[in-house]
Design a protein around this ligand. Structure first.
Ligand code: F6P
Length: 275
């Protein structure tokens, strides 16, 4: 068989291990493995290269994806789907392996609908927002990165008697915030699924401030982990809390850190490589 493999959407640490495994197992069983560059864009453009064992040697420890990745708006359209299907025929692909998240796997299932070729999806997204998947590739590394950042922030927060809001990725899913917040001993974890109004969030956090900075509290720091998906920006949250800080926790300062794409990079954990 000729098996195509691509990575699509937001990259996730561990994608390279998945590419390597496809190549090692595929070549080992006598198939030809074709690497498709830049996700669905490369599929539509026919931007491919035959993968050898040498091409994938040592890539497991590298973050990102050696095949590169894109988010393709064109692929979502009828025109894009047609282009991808004719490319699959032109490249004589018998199977396509898509390594990606929610949107990428939705695209893969559309390709599979009319039997264009065998399509296999490998869930990889730091957000862990893919149905029926316990832990997708990339989540474990991302959680560890967040916990490491929160531990560092906790040190300086305690030293300076401050409250910190730490924003983490997770567009429509609070899993990263929840898992990392638990591990980092956060005082509050905010996630979109909680469906709280802005007022409710602020009232709950004011209570957290009063508790963490009470004169008899041994804590004297507050760590609030916030998923990017909640409807209040980190800047606004900081402003709103600041308005009451002198009353709730006199002498306490507040700062915020948006971890952003830092969370998506780095060498994959052993768990992400093995998944
Ligand atoms: O889909 C994973 C994700 O990391 C989300 O958590 C985040 O909102 C988004 O990607 C960021 O996408 P981009 O890198 O395209 O800005």
């Amino acid at each position: 068989m000729r098996i195509g493999v691509l990575t699509s959407g937001g990259d996730a640490p561990g994608m390279n291990s998945a590419i390597r495994t496809v190549a090692v197992v595929g070549i080992g069983r006598g198939h030809q493995v074709i690497g498709i560059r830049e996700g669905y864009k490369g599929l539509m453009d026919g931007d491919v290269t035959t993968l050898s064992l040498g091409d994938v040697r040592g890539i497991s420890r590298i973050g990102g994806t050696v095949l590169a990745s894109t988010r393709s708006e064109l692929f979502k359209t009828e025109e894009g789907q047609a282009k991808a299907k004719s490319s699959i025929a032109r490249l004589s692909l018998d199977a396509l392996i898509v390594i990606g998240g929610n949107g990428s796997l939705t695209g893969a299932s559309r390709l599979a609908e009319d039997g264009t070729c065998t399509v296999v999806g490998i869930p990889a997204s730091i957000d862990n927002d893919i149905g029926h998947v316990g832990l997708s590739i990339g989540v474990d590394t991302a959680v560890n990165t967040i916990v490491d950042a929160c531990d560092r922030i906790s040190d300086t927060a305690r030293a300076c008697k401050r409250a910190f809001v730490v924003e983490v990725m997770g567009r429509q899913c609070g899993f990263l915030a929840m898992r990392a917040g638990l591990a980092a001993e956060a005082d509050a974890i905010l996630y979109g699924e909680g469906r709280l109004t802005e007022h409710e969030v602020v009232e709950k956090l004011r209570e957290v401030m009063r508790r963490c900075f009470a004169p008899d509290s041994s804590k004297q720091r507050a760590l609030i982990v916030k998923a990017e998906g909640i409807g209040i920006t980190t800047e606004r949250l900081e402003t709103l809390l600041n308005e009451h800080l002198e009353q709730d926790a006199p002498g306490v300062g507040i700062r915020s850190t948006v971890l952003g794409h830092v969370v998506r990079g780095g060498s994959p954990s052993a768990l992400d490589r093995v998944i």
